[in-house]
Design a protein around this ligand. Structure first.
Ligand code: NAG
Ligand code: NAG
Ligand code: NAG
Ligand code: NAG
Length: 388
């Protein structure tokens, strides 16, 4: 019995020690040779947070080795009582930690250059981008320098990770851009990341064809006008950050407005957004931030400083495109707003140089203007991003 057992063991050990493998993803590309080296195992150690695929049905270490060898992303592998884990990191990029349930193995491969590769060494081809491993619109490039790096993904600004697998939207536009958002997203509350890639906050987004995404920075009902009247966008006056869908009283913190503005192109003011299907057809204003940075810049006398160019404005059915309108804002004094004034282009007929203020300052409150046609009617300000 014992003799038989020893014979069995001595037979199996040399086999395990000498498992060779050669993988050639492409006929005319480079190949990877590797050997399963049982004696290089790290017993009782493992890598935390680096597994990208778990194979619970693979119960033998050689099966785990074969699985790793056949994947371009795999750098190391480990076995535990729950099966085989393929790792996208190895002990050179992360620290092994003790865990008696695990055995860790490094994938040691070398590059075998085919004759066609030798003939044309400037062209790196290993087939590792064929399966489109980069997610969220990342760009894949095959790499032939080192057997542990077979491809790299260059991620768009809204994704991170080796394969750009973590979608990290930083503005409403990212929901438009991301390839997994194939259908046009709909207006509503979305969660985005701050620039640190870890802090989340909620925003209200609207999407307009063909290429714009709008982030709500403020909204208030006419009954709260006294509270908002002196609050220019230079003030930090956060309100109801957790409920951007509450348009009766909402305002983004100034630093969040600034973060969104950093990549925005335009701004707009709308009336009663939540109750109307089309907010551009009446009582609407849109301008470029390059013509007036409403987050950072006051707008005041003297003439013609306050005549600011707008892309489009509509007040009570009167409109003009690519024209100027008197726009005001003053820290601690005036909310951003528009006025009919001599000198600027936008002067609706019937205008008689008495106060007629719109989009954030209403004195008197006009029931003919949609933002103020009832106590619950709202004025909204937005920052706009554009798809290039
Ligand atoms: C694989 O399993 C380990 C241990 O259960 C777990 O920590 C890890 O998150 C899993 N990885 C994936 C990609 O599911
Ligand atoms: C956040 O992720 C983006 C996109 O990958 C990256 O460019 C940026 O440097 C990251 N920021 C931090 C603070 O890590
Ligand atoms: C909204 O109304 C404007 C002006 O009437 C029109 O040009 C635009 O196409 C409308 N937009 C939608 C989405 O219906
Ligand atoms: C000026 O216009 C306002 C608002 O349309 C109106 O209430 C007022 O009667 C007008 N004043 C004159 C002198 O026409």
């Amino acid at each position: 019995m014992d003799i038989f057992f020893y014979a069995f063991i001595s037979l199996i050990i040399p086999i395990i020690k000498n498992v060779m493998s050669q993988v050639c993803p492409l006929q005319n590309g480079i190949c990877y040779g590797g050997t399963f080296e049982a004696n290089k195992r790290k017993k009782g150690q493992y890598l935390v947070g680096a597994s990208y695929k778990n194979l619970s049905t693979v119960r033998h270490i050689q099966g785990c080795f074969s699985a790793c060898v056949n994947e371009c992303l795999c750098r190391a592998y480990q076995m535990s009582s729950t099966g085989c884990e393929l790792l996208e990191e190895d002990k050179n990029s992360r620290t092994l930690e003790p865990n008696s349930d695990y055995i860790y193995f490094e994938l040691n491969q070398n590059i075998i250059r085919s004759t066609s590769y030798m003939a044309n060494p400037s062209i790196c081809k290993n087939g590792c981008c064929l399966s489109s491993p980069c997610l969220n619109g990342g760009t894949c490039t095959e790499q032939c320098e080192h057997p542990k790096t077979k491809f790299v993904c260059v991620c768009p600004s809204y994704a991170i990770g080796k394969r750009c697998e973590h979608f990290m939207p930083k503005s409403c536009l990212d929901f438009y851009k991301a390839p997994n958002a194939r259908i046009k997203p709909t207006r509503g509350v979305y969660t985005i990341f701050k620039n640190d890639n870890s802090t989340l906050f909620k925003v209200y987004c609207d999407f307009t064809q063909p290429n714009k995404a709008w982030t709500l920075i403020e909204s208030f009902a006419t009954k709260h006008i006294q509270e908002f009247r002196p609050k220019s966008f230079m003030e930090d006056y956060p309100l109801n950050q957790e409920t951007p869908g509450n348009h009766k009283k909402y305002r983004l913190a100034r630093q969040d407005m600034q973060m969104i503005k950093a990549t925005a192109m335009s701004y707009r003011a709308t009336c009663k957004f939540l109750t109307r299907a089309n907010v551009t057809d009446r009582d609407y204003m849109e301008g470029r931030l390059s013509a007036w940075d409403i987050i950072e810049e006051a707008s005041d006398d003297p003439y013609p400083e306050y005549c600011r160019r707008l892309t489009y404005v509509n007040v009570e059915g009167y409109s003009c495109s690519d024209c100027t309108m008197a726009l005001f804002q003053k820290k601690g004094t005036w909310h951003a707003h528009g006025e009919m004034r001599h000198g600027c282009d936008f002067q609706p007929p019937g205008y008689n140089n008495t106060a007629w203020q719109v989009f954030g300052w209403y004195q008197p409150i006009r029931s003919s203007f949609l933002c103020t046609d009832s106590e619950d009617s709202t004025t909204e300000y937005w920052l706009g991003h554009e798809m290039k």
